[in-house]
Design a protein around this ligand. Structure first.
Ligand code: FE
Length: 205
C-alpha cells in the first residue's frame, strides 16, 4: 500500500474510525466510494481558503460589502456563491490596528468549511486548542505573528452553532490592487487569525 507514503505518522483513532466507517458504509451499499471520492474531490479542489480570500478581498475594496459581511456574514458570503455544510451560521470578526482576532475550536475542530475548506491538522490538535486560549500571544509568536503590546487579542471559540472567520487588516502597499491580487495574499491562516497578510517587496509597486 502507498498509505505510508502519504501518512508517515501512525493514523489517529479518528482517522481509523473514519476509514472503518467508510468501508462499512460502502460494504453495506449505503454509500458508494465514488460518492465519498466526489466529496473529497470537492473539498480538495473547489472548496477551500481561496473562497474566503475572495470574501476578504471584496470586503477590502467595497465598504458596503464589508458592512454587510460584518452584519450578516452568511448573506454576504452567499452573494459570492459560497455557503453550505458546516457554515450555517458564520460570524466574521474584523481585525483593527488595536484588535487581533484568532479562532479556535476548544472542543474539537469546528471550522467554516464553505470559505476555508477542511481544517489543517494543527487546528485540530489538543495543544493548539488549549494554548490558543491560555496563551494566545505565545501561540501567535510561534506562527510568526508578533503583535505590539497595544494590540488586544480576541480569541473566538467556534462551535457547531457558530463558525468564525477573521477579516484581516488590508496591508499598506496594496493601494490600487485588483481583487484577485488582494485575494492572493490572503492565506488560510490569515482567516483563522494565525497569520497576517504580507506584501512581499517583489510584489509591491
Ligand atoms: Fe469543534
Amino acid at each position: 500500500m502507498t498509505k505510508d507514503h502519504h501518512h508517515p505518522h501512525p493514523e489517529s483513532a479518528v482517522e481509523l474510525r473514519a476509514r472503518a466507517l467508510e468501508a462499512l458504509l460502502a460494504e453495506r451499499g449505503l454509500v458508494s466510494t465514488d460518492a465519498i471520492d466526489a466529496v473529497v474531490e470537492l473539498y480538495e479542489h473547489d472548496v477551500g481558503p481561496q473562497n474566503g480570500a475572495k470574501v476578504v478581498a471584496r470586503a477590502w475594496v467595497d465598504e458596503e460589502y464589508r458592512a454587510r459581511l460584518l452584519g450578516d456574514a452568511n448573506g454576504a458570503i452567499a452573494e459570492l456563491g459560497f455557503g453550505g455544510a458546516e457554515g450555517d451560521n458564520m460570524v466574521v470578526v474584523a481585525n483593527t490596528p488595536t484588535i487581533h482576532n484568532m479562532v479556535v475550536c476548544t472542543l474539537c475542530s469546528c471550522y467554516p468549511w464553505p470559505v476555508l475548506g477542511l481544517p489543517p491538522s494543527w487546528y485540530k490538535s489538543p495543544p493548539y486548542r488549549a494554548r490558543a486560549v491560555s496563551e494566545p500571544r505565545a501561540v501567535l509568536g510561534e506562527f510568526g505573528v508578533e503583535l505590539g503590546d497595544d494590540v488586544e487579542i480576541r480569541v473566538w471559540d467556534s462551535s457547531a452553532e457558530v463558525r468564525y472567520l477573521v477579516l484581516p487588516l488590508r496591508p499598506s502597499g496594496t493601494e490600487g490592487w485588483s481583487e484577485a491580487e488582494l485575494a492572493a495574499i490572503v492565506s488560510r491562516d490569515c482567516m483563522i487569525g494565525t497569520a497576517v497578510p504580507r506584501v512581499l517587496d517583489s510584489a509591491a509597486g
